[in-house]
Each structure stands twice: as C-alpha cells, then as structure tokens.
Design a binder for this molecule. Structure first.
Ligand code: HEM
Length: 490
C-alpha cells in the first residue's frame, strides 16, 4: 500500500476513534463545549487567562462542566458550592491526583504531590507530621524560619537603600528554609551548591509552566520523538535526585536514632522501623521524590507570594503604615517577630490573607482525579477522570469579597477591626489534598514580612499610583509584574 494512503487511513481511524471516545463519555459527564477531534477544547481557551475562559464557560454551562484536553475529559468545578461539595463533602472520592505524564516520568508514582493511593496517604501523613515538628529533634521549624528572616534582612541591608529587583533575594529565603528542614542547615546566599540547587529548581518551575510542557502532558508521545525543554527538566531532576541520594548516604553514616536532625533523618529512621513492611513506602526512591516535591511546591509559591506582597504594600502605603504601627505596638523595634505575635495583630493577619487572595497564586490549583465512579449533581464521573478546580472563582467571589479585583484588607476584618475568617479563603485549596506546607508557608509569610517591615521602610522608584499590580498568568502560577524598590533602614 502506498505510504500516503496508509497515513490518511491512519489519521481517519484516529479521528473516528477520538470522536467515538469523546461522544461515548459525554452522556454521563457534565455538559461542555463541543470538542474538536484530537485537539479537544484547547483552541477555545485563552491560555494566557485560563481563569477568565473558565468563568465565561461557567456562564454558559453552569458551575460543573466538562472540557477536553486532547482526547482526555476534565471536569471543571467553578464557584464555592461546587468546589466545597466535591473537595470537602466528597473529600475521599475527589482526593486523587490527576495524571501528568511529564511529572510521572520523573516520579514513577513516588513522592507526595503526584502520588496516589496508600503511598500518597502515608507519605503525606509523614510529611505533615514532620513539618509540624513531630520527631524533628531539638530545633523547631519556627526557629529555622526566624534564623532565615534574620539573614534575609541582613542581605537586604547590603542593598544600601538603592533600587533593586527583590526577585533573587526573596527566592533564596524560602528555598533556604526548605534546605534547613531537609538537610539540617541553611546555606550562605553565595554558596555555589545552594545557587546550583536554586538554578535547577527555578529552571524546572519555568519549564513545567511553559506551553510546551502542557502540550507534552496532553500528547505524551511527543516527548519520545521531539527534542525540547522536557529533556532539560529530566536532566535537572536526575541531578537533583543524585544530590539527594548523596546527602541520604552521608546522613546514614551519622544517624542517631534518638536525635534526628532533619527531615532526612526522620525518614531514614522510619525506613529502618518499617523495613519488614510489605508496602514499602519508606524507600530511598520515595525519599528523593518527596524532597523534590517539597522544594518544587514550597519554594516558588512562597517567594512569588512574598514578591507580590511587597508590590501591593508599595502600591498601598497607607496599608503598610498601619502594619508598621501594629508591629511597633505589639513587637517593638528590637525583638524578632514570633508566631505568637500573630494573634495580637489582626490587621497584619488580614493584610497577608488579602495578599494571598488578591495574588491568587495557583488559579486552577493542581489537577485532581476521582478515585472511583461517582455520582455528582446527577452526572456520572468515571473513576480516574481529571478534575480542575477554579480557585479564582472562590477567591474572587463577589458576594463574599465585594469588589474582588480591589486590594482591600477589609475583606478579612469585621466592623470592630477583628480578623474575620472566611471559608472562601482557599489559596491553599481545601479537602484531603490541601497544601501540605500551609502551616509553614503562613509562618514564612508572617515572619518574613513583619521582620522586613520592622527593619525597613519600603520606597517605590515610581509614583505608587503608577505601579501595575495586575498579575500575568505564567502557566500554572499567577505572577506579579517585575518592579524595583528601595529598602530604607528605619
Ligand atoms: C504561599 C505558598 C503556597 C501556596 C499558595 C500553596 C498552594 C498549594 C495548592 C493550591 C496546592 C494544591 C492542593 C490540591 O491539590 O488541592 C498545594 C499542594 C501542595 N503543597 Fe503547597 N502552597 C504553598 C507553599 C507550600 C510549601 C511551603 C510547601 C512545603 C514545604 C508546600 C507543599 C505542598 C505539597 C507537598 C502539596 C501536595 C499535597 C498533596 O498532593 O497531597 N506548599 N499547595
């Protein structure tokens, strides 16, 4: 047979198969726009503003609808009610992690962010406990964050009040907190190993957010036939894992069962205790992937929020002045802030919540999947179907937060100026997959921002009115525009 004829036949079969697969699932799945064969609904979405596309589609199809990414259906949850009904009321059923082929190639079912089933549950439980200080030896997590806050202000002092882009320094601090928790010690900001680790993680976050990686996740076969940034992603991941394996070997030689120094020690002790368990959750492979996850999930997220926070504080000097007044009143000028202070600082607490609400860092969270066939609002969602939650639709709900597009700490304050808790605050998502690092991230945001504002006045290099605070979505993350500022010592 002629090659061209064979190719045309092949393409036709693929088209028919794709049409058949898409229509066979549609009877039970929620409604949605008609997908194109093979491509699905990709062309109907604005990749630069997925959240806006989802809001527009929800106006036509309601709060629960189906989109096709390639030939794969994805059920979208839009608005507080739908997200709560799924992730909280049916928490177990909606607790699966959506399948991302690029990450799976590195993780192979290990770690915490991309794993599922028993391994996920156990690794998540272990990570949460360790990050909450259980079994982590003498030094508390708070102590480690305070140490980093001190080093951060020393580093900012070196800018001598001159204009600077804070991206690099604000990237170092959260990365170093994770280093201190995982490897026992922080690094100097100029340390070559530290800079190497940061470079590889930063590159990987950029690559993961790139359109090409979304294409690879939708059509995984392309990874095997085309060169591209996915290869750099695999190479960086392999290098980072080798470094972690080397560290684990070093730890093993000096392990003291009665005095674990860090996350690696805690994991190695558990590995020894569980060595006869058939399920083999505690393996060196799982350790390496869990550490990769904590770095990937815990560095760029916190540093981008800090960078967004400083931009919003520059834009709103009246808000900054009130936070500084509260710092003066509760902490004073000399003592380093601690977590106990937060409960006496309702305005600062509201400002940090509002920074996170406004920044809307992960507009569509990470993909979930249903762990069994599930009836949801009269639809039938088959086991394994991917679920996309629009966190933007909850964080920007205009009934809960009037004028959601405006930065206003009043969104989290009652009439008497007390902190007002909101169930709609889902910056860390909700339910069984809720961010493992929520406690740590909130600690870092509070301690870093209060320590900075205790020691410096922030000065914008342009009129604050001219500062643009509109986010631009960069793949998964919503990031602030670049800006410069001066840190003037008080
Ligand atoms: C401002 C900072 C942060 C934000 C806004 C944030 C937000 C999120 C969100 C939205 C998810 C997805 C939850 C879901 O699938 O429903 C997530 C997952 C996760 N985050 Fe965070 N995160 C932050 C910082 C951190 C830190 C500091 C760590 C750890 C050191 C961390 C570790 C994780 C892990 C391990 C997961 C996966 C949980 C799982 O799949 O069970 N995050 N985070």
């Amino acid at each position: 047979m002629d090659l061209a004829v064979a190719l045309v036949l092949c393409l036709c079969s693929l088209l028919l198969l794709s049409l058949w697969k898409q229509s066979s699932g549609r009877g039970k799945l929620p409604p949605g726009p008609t997908p194109l064969p093979i491509l699905g609904n990709i062309l109907q979405l604005d990749v630069k503003d997925i959240s806006k596309s989802l809001t527009n589609l929800s106006k036509v199809y309601g709060p629960v609808f189906t989109l096709y990414f390639g030939m794969k259906p994805m059920v979208v949850l839009h608005g507080y009610e739908a997200v709560k009904e799924a992730l909280i009321d049916l928490g177990e059923e909606f607790s699966g992690r959506g399948y991302l082929p690029v990450s799976e190639k590195v993780r192979n079912g290990h770690g915490v962010v991309f794993s599922n089933g028993k391994r996920w549950k156990e690794t998540r439980r272990f990570s949460l406990m360790t990050l909450r200080n259980f079994g982590m030896g003498k030094r508390s997590i708070e102590d480690r964050v305070q140490e980093e806050a001190r080093c951060l202000v020393e580093e900012l002092r070196k800018t001598n009040g001159l204009p600077c882009d804070p991206t690099f320094i604000l990237g170092c601090a959260p990365c170093n907190v994770i280093c201190s928790i995982i490897f026992q010690n922080r690094f100097e900001y100029k340390d070559q190993i530290f800079l190497g680790i940061m470079k590889m993680f930063n590159e990987n976050v950029k690559i993961v957010s790139s359109p090409w990686l979304q294409v690879c996740n939708t059509f995984p076969v392309l990874m095997d036939y085309f060169p591209g940034s996915h290869n750099k992603f695999f190479k960086n991941s392999a290098n980072l894992k080798s470094y972690i394996f080397e560290k684990a070997r070093e730890h093993q030689t000096s392990l003291d069962f009665n005095n674990p120094r860090d996350f690696i020690d805690c994991f190695l002790i558990k590995m020894e205790q569980e060595k006869d368990n058939q399920e083999l959750v505690y393996t060196v492979e799982n350790l390496a992937n869990t550490i990769l996850d904590l770095f990937i999930a815990g560095t760029e997220t916190t540093s981008t929020t800090l960078r967004y926070g400083l931009l919003l504080l520059l834009k709103h000097p009246e808000v900054t002045a009130k936070v500084q007044e509260e710092i003066d009143c509760v902490i004073g000028r000399h003592r380093i802030p601690c977590m106990q202070d937060r409960s006496h600082m309702p305005y600062t607490d509201a400002v940090i919540h509002e920074i996170q609400r406004y920044a809307d860092l992960l507009p569509t969270s990470l993909p979930h999947a249903v762990t069994r066939d599930i009836k949801f609002r009269n639809y039938l969602i088959p086991k394994g179907t991917d679920i996309l939650t629009s966190l933007t639709s909850v964080l920007h709900d205009d009934k809960e937060f009037p004028n959601p597009g405006v930065f206003d700490p009043g969104h989290f304050l009652d009439e008497s100026g007390n902190f007002r808790k909101s169930d709609y605050f889902m910056a860390f998502s909700t339910g069984k997959r809720v961010c493992v690092g929520e406690g740590l991230a909130r600690m870092e945001l509070f301690l870093f921002l209060t320590t900075i504002l205790q020691k410096f006045t922030l000065k914008s290099v342009v009129d604050p009115k001219d500062l643009d605070t509109t986010p631009f979505v960069n793949g998964l993350l919503s990031v602030p525009p670049f800006y410069q500022l001066c840190f003037i010592p008080v």
